[in-house]
Design a protein around this ligand. Structure first.
Ligand code: APR
Ligand code: PHB
Length: 394
């Protein structure tokens, strides 16, 4: 088999890149380890920056998002029993975010790919990358018990944090930056009306809590839990009690509870692999970087990587601009590190850390107080939350 771009991984990164390439007449094949149902069923975050919203529209998959997504012009931060409104639109010259679950984005992209007739191999196993330093790389894999070979011009490694693409970069070339946090998020999905019109990020002495939503009838709530906590130790009742304890009283009083339709614990991690390119391989999304979910940046960073790679590949195929390929990694990393910084900062400011000394604890509390009470502070928060501009190629 032969294609122009081999895409490893059919999550949001691989699907969105494939869709943009397809519409630009650039052939591509997606190799995905899991089944379509597994990919569709994953529950992830749900806040889209305006840049990602525009990219989804450009890719021709914005219709259901525009009909069903909820546009939010603000977000709340609660601390010490007080609720502070961050006027995202007012502080950023009118920018907003879109509440639309990653699950829905994935569904729309999968439907569009199926309609386009582009080729996807689900349940592809033993995916291996070859000839990255040559002009003709290739990928081998197993499908339905048959060994397959896919020849291509370029490989996009969109296979997430646990994928194989990053491992194909020689260890002496790859530099890894990492921080693992001593806690995780316990998340519950429930068919209950949201407790508040806007998302609420709550700092509390017992730990962080977040009230998010998927629709006017479906909520997604989280509480910070210590590393090593087991989900089976958290009954629905215990979860709701803990969430109520951490919310300001007026919100706790009107919180509607219900049976959890999904409950899971996710660890928190910051991670960046540099460079994001090696020869003809380009790492995209979670394959190259992870952020803790506190700023809702993971999916949005994947989208900005996709946008940068697509812009370059379009120039390569339409105008022979192979000189631009070397710009992929530095261009992406500028934006990646800014989102890493924001996500680390929000995490540090809003969570309880088990080993903070008394001075650090006061500084942390004061930092939150300062950023919430100063308009300049709120503007900084808002500017990052709605998403910094996509970096330009130079
Ligand atoms: N071979 C083929 N496919 C693979 C392999 C492999 N060896 N390893 C992983 N995959 C697939 C996974 O099954 C998954 O479908 O690659 C896909 C990667 O998808 P994600 O992990 O969702 O990563 P990405 O597409 O970059 O999505 C952006 O940002 O912060 C997050 O929640 C956010 O998941 C979202 C991500
Ligand atoms: C979510 O809705 O799952 C969500 C929202 C905001 C975040 C993280 C997760 O910062």
């Amino acid at each position: 088999m032969k294609t122009q771009v081999a895409i490893i991984g059919g999550g949001p990164s691989g699907l969105l890149l494939g869709q943009l390439l397809q519409r630009a007449g650039i052939s591509n094949v997606i190799l995905e380890r899991q089944t379509p149902d597994y990919v569709r069923g994953r529950i992830r975050a749900g806040v889209l920056e305006q840049g990602m919203v525009e990219l989804l529209r450009k890719a021709g998959v914005g219709e259901r998002m525009d009909a069903e997504g909820l546009v939010h012009a603000g977000v709340e931060i609660a601390a010490n029993g007080q609720r502070v409104h961050i006027d995202l639109a007012g502080l950023t010259g009118g920018k907003t975010v879109m509440i639309y679950g990653q699950t829905e984005v994935t569904r729309d992209l999968m439907a569009a790919r199926q309609a386009s007739g582009a080729s996807t191999f689900y349940e592809a196993s033993e995916v291996a990358l070859h000839g990255l330093d040559s002009h003709q790389p290739w990928v081998t894999f197993n499908h339905n018990g048959q060994a397959q070979r896919l020849d291509c011009d370029y490989i996009a490694g969109c296979d997430g944090f646990h994928g194989v693409a990053r491992q194909a970069i020689p260890a002496d070339v790859l530099k890894v930056f990492e921080r693992v946090y001593p806690f995780g998020w316990l998340g519950v999905l429930a068919d209950t009306p949201p407790v508040n019109e806007e998302l609420v990020y709550a700092a509390h002495p017992r730990g962080f809590a977040l009230c998010s939503m998927r629709s006017p009838t479906r909520t997604r709530y989280y509480v910070q839990v210590a590393a090593g906590e087991q989900v089976q130790d958290w009954s629905d009742e215990r979860f709701w009690d803990e969430l109520k304890t951490r919310l300001p009283q007026d919100l706790a009083a009107r919180l509607v509870t219900g049976p959890a339709i999904e409950k899971s614990i996710a660890p928190l991690r910051s991670f960046v692999a540099e460079p994001m390119q090696h020869g003809r391989l380009f790492l995209v999304g979670d394959a190259a970087h992870i952020v803790p979910p506190t700023g809702a940046k993971g999916l949005n960073l994947a989208a900005s990587d996709v946008s940068t790679l697509f812009d370059i590949l379009e120039q390569v195929y339409q105008h022979g601009r192979t000189d631009l390929l070397a710009q992929y990694s530095p261009t992406c990393l500028r934006r990646v590190w800014k989102a890493e910084r924001f996500s680390w900062w929000m995490t540090s400011m809003l969570h309880q850390f088990p080993e903070l000394d008394a001075f650090s604890q006061r500084i942390r509390d004061t930092e939150l107080d300062y950023f919430l009470s100063s308009e300049a502070g709120r503007r900084t928060l808002a500017e990052n939350y709605v998403g910094l501009p996509y970096e330009k190629l130079v």
